[in-house]
Ligand binder design. Structure first.
Ligand SMILES: Nc1ncnc2c1ncn2[C@@H]1O[C@H](COP(=O)(O)OP(=O)(O)OP(=O)(O)O)[C@@H](O)[C@H]1O
Ligand SMILES: [Mg+2]
Length: 324
């Protein structure tokens, strides 16, 4: 049975009295100890999906329908107070921008202590010991000394480790990591991924990993959800996705990975831009940029269908078989 299930989730933003879908009928589930990667270009709805799970979508946004089910609780039906008991303790999140999540004026050790205290009654001495242990666990050397420092004396990679320490402080069953490595250089990125893998194994933790980096996906994910303009375009296992991506959007994303043997290492991007929420095309959301688009694609949205066993894709070309 799944630990977390997202069912037909819709999160809209209300701008000038009109509703715009940032997350539009998204469903997927996460099993215990497994990692689900949610991928897509900037603006595809990865963060809004994560915030919807946490119950942290603020006005002008709102979860308008669908359910998030954790174990046997429907999170989307809980009050803010009930959610607070789950947030951080059962499901924790590493937010996309670490500098916004760390208070620049408070010692990092104290900030980790705050994260522990949210869900644990613990005396002062044990609290400090635990904060220092957490700092060590995420790979911060000289933790006892660094406990007293402010976030500004930490590098980007170290700040990300602090964020992870705060997120795992109460040993959550699910960790949502929103672009945990995007701002970091490649070596540090590898270290952070190693750390997440170690924690996943040690705590039997599930991870929802938001990223637009397919290299990270290939290394970390069990299952992959491909999002575009708030719609699931493709969903399957890591192996199936990389063996044979079925959706033209995923295929286009994959041609954007720079190859090791490519001397120029030029990063190609998909032509055109992700449309703004207020300017979503009718029909398939990717139709404006898709090199296979037919007339029908501009008019009608295709459904997400199981094209091969355990491999779902949303594309009119599947009806004609041309995409394979
Ligand atoms: N507070 C907000 N008000 C209005 N629109 C918003 C707000 N937050 C997000 N959006 C819109 O919702 C859509 C999804 O945004 P989201 O932040 O989830 O994208 P993302 O996939 O996380 O992108 P990135 O890779 O840049 O982090 C975008 O069109 C974005 O402009
Ligand atoms: Mg985001």
């Amino acid at each position: 049975m799944s630990l977390l299930t997202i069912k037909a989730l819709k999160t809209y933003f209300y701008l000038d009295g009109e509703a715009f879908p940032a997350v539009d009928d998204v469903s997927f589930s996460v099993e215990k100890g497994k990692t689900v990667a949610v991928i897509g270009e900037s603006g595809s709805g990865k963060s809004v999906t994560a915030l919807s799970v946490m119950g942290l979508v603020d006005a002008p946004g709102r979860v308008v329908s669908g359910e998030v089910i954790y174990e046997d609780q429907v999170l989307t039906a809980l009050s803010e107070k009930q959610l607070q008991a789950i947030r951080g303790k059962e499901i924790a999140m590493i937010y996309q921008d670490p500098m916004n999540s760390l208070n620049p004026y408070i010692k990092v050790g104290k900030q980790i202590e705050e994260a522990i205290k949210l869900h644990e009654r613990i005396d002062k001495v044990s609290l400090k010991t635990k904060a220092i242990e957490l700092m060590r666990e995420v790979g911060i050397t000289d933790a006892e000394m660094r406990y007293h420092q402010l976030p500004s004396s930490f590098s980007g990679g170290m700040r990300q480790r602090l964020m992870i320490a705060m997120a795992i402080a109460c040993e959550p069953k699910i960790l949502i990591a929103d672009e945990p490595t995007t701002a970091l250089d490649v070596t540090i990125q590898a270290e952070i991924l190693d750390l997440l893998r170690k924690l996943r194994h040690k705590n039997q933790m599930s991870i929802i990993l938001n990223t637009h980096d397919l290299g990270v996906v290939a290394e970390m994910a069990d299952d992959v959800v491909v999002l575009y303009c708030g719609k699931v375009m493709e969903i399957t296992s890591n192996k199936k996705l990389f063996d044979k991506p079925l959706n033209p959007y995923t295929q286009a994303l994959m041609t954007c990975i720079p190859r090791i043997d490519d001397r120029k290492r030029r990063l190609e991007t998909i032509k055109g831009y992700v449309p703004a929420l207020t300017k979503l095309p009718k029909g398939c959301k990717f139709s404006d940029r898709c090199q296979h688009a037919m007339d029908k694609c501009h008019l009608e949205l295709p459904e997400l269908k199981e094209i091969e066993v355990g491999h779902y894709s949303r594309c009119w070309l599947h009806e004609t078989d041309a995409v394979k």
